[in-house]
Design a protein around this ligand. Structure first.
Ligand SMILES: Nc1ncnc2c1ncn2[C@@H]1O[C@H](COP(=O)(O)OP(=O)(O)O)[C@@H](O)[C@H]1O
Ligand SMILES: [Mg+2]
Length: 466
């Protein structure tokens, strides 16, 4: 039948459009409260059912209550808006084993919760598409089982989910580019609540008045939120910037954490004219000094570089009188010892990551000239989203304090220590930052009171140009 639908109330938002149009086999719309998750997932289901007559699709959610009261309701009955699936498209409706509807074009949509799901049910029919609302509530096992059933001849053989992020769980690993293990043919759309311009100002203001940690997960839709994070100031949407041409004249330096058995991590830094630190590139490989040196020289190109700020251990001589530094030197790479006070370094990185009230974002940042969507101001340290910085971006949110054993938990005067696990790029970050002045160092006395200029001066004093 022809589809003379009045869907004018649905003006897809840019991120919703990307999601709706994506041909990826697996897609996730990770969003904040009210960011239009259910609407995106629901409309993708309607489009799939209309474009693939005779297909069978499943719309699911972990708990039966949430399925009935929210997801299914938004699709079939309408909540505060008309139903996503216009009643005039529905030929029959059945309540056997859960609600299902058949459209006039022969497509069938089943609504199911996974609460009392078992293998037989799961391995039941073949599906043309599967939509899971609040995906992080279900297990990867369920998701994989659905993928294995995506073989209805009518197509489109796509599965998608919409969800609030839930830390570094299976959804993050499977879909997030920072996990380094994202599956191929997957799409992740990230939508903070602000993405939905249809939300009322009052509701948005309420969301933004909640606890910062809560906002990070439920409003910013950030995956980097689990207890014990050392750098919990880290907020991907603020600190990670899309690649841009870094002007040649900006100050550069490098930092290195040498791994004997572990990977060696190198970071390439730039300092913008306002003194902001930008990690532009990185290297992260196990191997011999010779290999590292070759890689470093390739990334360096023609430019002259000062000695690399490195883990002081590289200067420690073994019983044979040799040290790692000698090896780098043999390959034409000069090193210089970094300050290696761990506590001070961790703290210093936090200072650089901290956002300052009233501080606007630099002009090369997507939030240029603003205080950011939540008006919390700009930090001073950024990481460019290039493949080279991937290990750094993966390690930072996973860098955790060592858990105190129950017997130690009350010894609150115990110094806190990082858990020893994949912290090579974090160490290189610490060395790099420790080679700089403090980000908000008190300004030297001056009559001029333009804060920007003052900052430039205080940082400029430390930044020799190479
Ligand atoms: N593109 C859109 N056009 C009109 N209203 C929208 C659109 N996207 C979302 N909404 C409305 O915004 C509100 C939140 O959307 P919803 O999909 O329920 O968000 P979530 O599932 O992320 O909490 C609902 O009232 C919904 O109708
Ligand atoms: Mg929803």
């Amino acid at each position: 039948m022809s589809t003379e639908l009045d869907l004018r109330w649905f003006g897809p938002l840019p991120k919703q459009l990307t999601f709706l149009r994506s041909p990826a086999r697996e897609a996730v719309y990770a969003g904040g409260f009210g960011s239009g998750k259910t609407l995106s997932g629901g409309f993708k289901a309607l489009l799939a059912a209309l474009e693939h007559p005779g297909t069978v699709g499943l719309v699911g959610r972990q708990t039966y209550g949430a399925l009935r009261d929210n997801t299914q309701k938004v699709l079939l009955e309408g909540d505060d808006k008309p139903p996503i699936i216009p009643p005039e498209l529905v030929a029959t409706r059945s309540e056997k084993g859960g609600t299902s509807v058949t459209l006039h074009n022969g497509s069938e949509i089943l609504f199911r919760s996974f609460q009392d799901w078992n293998e037989t049910k799961l391995l039941g029919p073949n599906y043309g598409f599967v939509y899971v609302d609040e995906l992080t509530e279900c297990t990867e096992k369920v998701w994989l089982a659905f993928l294995s059933r995506l073989r209805h001849p009518a197509g489109p053989e796509q599965a998608w989910g919409t969800t609030n992020p839930n830390g570094h769980d299976w959804v993050w690993r499977r879909f997030h580019p920072d996990s380094g293990q994202a599956e191929s043919d997957t799409l992740l759309v990230h939508a903070p609540s602000e993405e939905n311009v249809h939300l009322s100002d009052t509701y948005m203001a309420w969301l933004r008045s909640q606890q910062p940690e809560w906002q990070k997960r439920y409003v910013d839709a950030n995956f980097d939120t689990a207890a014990g994070q050392i750098w919990d100031e880290w907020n991907r949407t603020v600190h990670v910037v899309p690649p841009f041409e870094v002007p040649y004249q900006w100050t550069r330096f490098e930092s290195l954490d040498h791994g004997r058995r572990n990977p060696t991590a190198v970071l390439w830094w730039a300092v913008d004219p306002e003194g902001n630190l930008i990690v532009c590139d990185g290297y992260y490989e196990p191997g011999l000094v010779e290999q590292h040196a070759t890689a470093i020289k390739t990334t360096r190109g023609e430019r002259k570089w000062p000695p690399i700020v490195a883990d002081p251990q590289v200067f420690t001589r073994g019983f044979d009188g040799q040290c790692v530094n000698d090896e780098y030197q043999r390959h034409g790479i000069q090193l210089q010892a970094a300050a290696n006070d761990v506590a001070a370094g961790l703290n210093r990185v936090s200072e650089w990551l901290t956002r300052r009230a009233g501080e606007v974002f630099p002009d090369w940042h997507p939030y240029a000239g603003t205080l950011g969507p939540d008006e919390q101001g700009a930090p001073r340290l950024y990481v460019i989203d290039t493949p080279g910085t991937q290990d750094l971006r993966r390690e930072i949110p996973d860098y955790r304090w060592r858990d105190l054993s129950p017997s130690q938990a009350d010894k609150t005067d115990e110094p806190e220590e990082p858990r020893k696990k994949d912290d090579h790029a974090c160490d290189a970050l610490r060395y790099g930052v420790m080679s700089r002045a403090r980000p908000w160092a008190p300004a030297p006395l001056r009559t001029d009171d333009d804060p920007r200029e003052r900052r430039q001066l205080s940082v400029g004093l430390r930044d020799r140009s190479f």
